[in-house]
Every structure is written in structure tokens, then in C-alpha cells.
Design a protein around this ligand. Sequence first.
Ligand code: C2E
Ligand code: MG
Ligand code: MG
Ligand code: MG
Length: 282
Amino acid sequence: RSKNHGGNRITFFSNEMNEHAVSRFELESYLRKALQKQEFYLMYQPLIDLETGGIFGSEALIRWNHPKLGLVSPADFIPLAEETGLIEEIGNWVLRTACIQNKKWQLQGHRNLSVSVNVSAYQFQQPGFIKEVKKALNESKLDPCYLTLELTESTMLDNIGYSIQTMELLQKLGVKVSIDDFGTGYSSLSYLKNLPINTLKIDRSFINNLRLNTSDIAIVKAIITMGHGLAVKVLAEGVETKEQIELLKELKCHYAQGFYIHRPLQIADFEKGLEKPTTLLN
Ligand code: C2E
Ligand code: MG
Ligand code: MG
Ligand code: MG
């Protein structure tokens, strides 16, 4: 985890807990070289269907392993990548890599497995974005219906007209769209009605403390009901207890994701997860 001193130096703790303070400028120059030096990789967190308990897909999550800084959290470098525009190239790499990996898993027999990829605002607003999505699909030969792009409310609301247009183009391609961290932004219900989306991902801040008789349960219940009404799927992120899973099942939430089910996994561990059926849900 990094520590921001409010100035322009950021401290990282590498695996050995050595402190490394770097300036923003240094961090940016490291980030510039990271793709070429192959310092990025993806982890895959299983997404499960609460009805069957099975894994139906994964969310691809980027990791940056820098030789000096150690593992840098996406929360620390994605904002910098956005500010510098580097996110375009990084985002395209994520898209391509996730599609290729998912296609590989399908060819290994998991034919209906899907993959979700986070798309940042800057990336989404690039004029060449749709072309990059098509490129990733062509290159990987992944059927578009197995790719979901995760957008946040603020990404869409930045320029709502343009966003809807782009989302409609994605839908035409057959790609799915989900709203990430739902409930933390300001999208009004009237917007929601007009958005061409397939899934709402309830932000983990509503799920982390989810227990009976809390206000969170009222909110989660409302979002699930709305999802059913709008005919979109609802996924709860950040499930950390058995009780939360039970509640979500009772509330007829479609999908879930969280540390209690599986943490983000390396490729080999994800494959093991695919092989053995989940027993968590019984
Ligand atoms: P996100 O898209 O909302 O991803 C979910 C985050 O919640 C992940 O953190 C995941 O590890 C974490 N998480 C999952 N289950 C639990 C749980 O039960 N408890 C808790 N406390 N956390 C849980 P991660 O991987 O550190 O990613 C953080 C954020 O960084 C992501 O939030 C996303 O906004 C961004 N990000 C990650 N990968 C990419 C990427 O490839 N491109 C872009 N643009 N953003 C990315
Ligand atoms: Mg996400
Ligand atoms: Mg999320
Ligand atoms: Mg989140």
C-alpha cells in the first residue's frame, strides 16, 4: 500500500517492506516503461451465479509489479495513467490480454465463460475506442457476447449523449456493458432507464457491512428490485461473509463476487477453481 504525503512524493512498500519514496515524476517515468518491460499482468476474480453456485465468468484486474517499488495497487497508478493518457495503451493491452485468455479457457472446455474488463473514462472517450474493442475481439476470436465492459457512473455521466451512443455501438457489436460501483455516483433513475446496459454491479461499500436490519439491506434490496424491473442482471461485489451470500440469495440477486467466494486469482489458480464446483453456496 502506498502512502501519499500530500506533497509530490509517494511512498511504496515492496514485498520486503522496504520503503521507497518516489516523486510523481519518477513514478510516471516508470509507468511509461512498464508495458514494454512487461511489468503488468492480470488477475482474474471469479464471478458466480447465485442460483447455481457456478463460476460464469471473471473480472480481469490489472497488477503492476515494479522491480524497485514492488506491487503497486491499481488504485495508485490508474489515476496517474489516466492523467497522463497512458491508460489508453494500458487499457488496450488489458482488453486484448483478457479476451485472449478467456478464449483460451473456452477452448479448454469452458465454452460459456465470460470476462469483464474495466474501462476508464479517458479510454472510453477516445475516438478509436470501438475500433480497439473490435481489434481485441478479432485478434482473440472471442465471441463478443462473452465480453463485458465495466463503466462507472461518472464515466457515463461525463458526456451522457456521447456515452449512450458509444454504448449502443457496443451493444450492436454484441458486447455487454455493466455499471461498476453502482450506487456511489449520481445517475438518476430516469437516466438508468435509457442506458443500454446489461448488468448493475452494486458497489462493495453497500455489501461489506450487509446484515439484516441495516439500512444497507434496504438499499441493496431496492437496487435488486430495480434490476428485475429494468430486466438487467444485478451483481453484488465485495461479498465477505456467508451471511451476506445467504441474504443476497434470498433477495434474488443474480450474481456475486468477493473475497468470501474467491480472491482475484492467478491464471493457474483460476483454472483450479473452474475444475472444482463451488460448495460455498449449500
Ligand atoms: P473495481 O473494478 O470495483 O474492482 C473490484 C475491486 O474490489 C478489486 O480491487 C478487487 O480485488 C476488490 N475486491 C473484490 N472482492 C472484494 C472483497 O470481498 N472485499 C474487498 N475489500 N475488496 C474486494 P483491485 O484489483 O485493487 O482494483 C481496484 C480498482 O482499480 C478496480 O475497482 C478498478 O476500478 C481499477 N482497476 C483494476 N484493474 C483495472 C484495469 O485493468 N483497468 C482500469 N481502467 N481500472 C482497473
Ligand atoms: Mg470493476
Ligand atoms: Mg467494482
Ligand atoms: Mg468497486
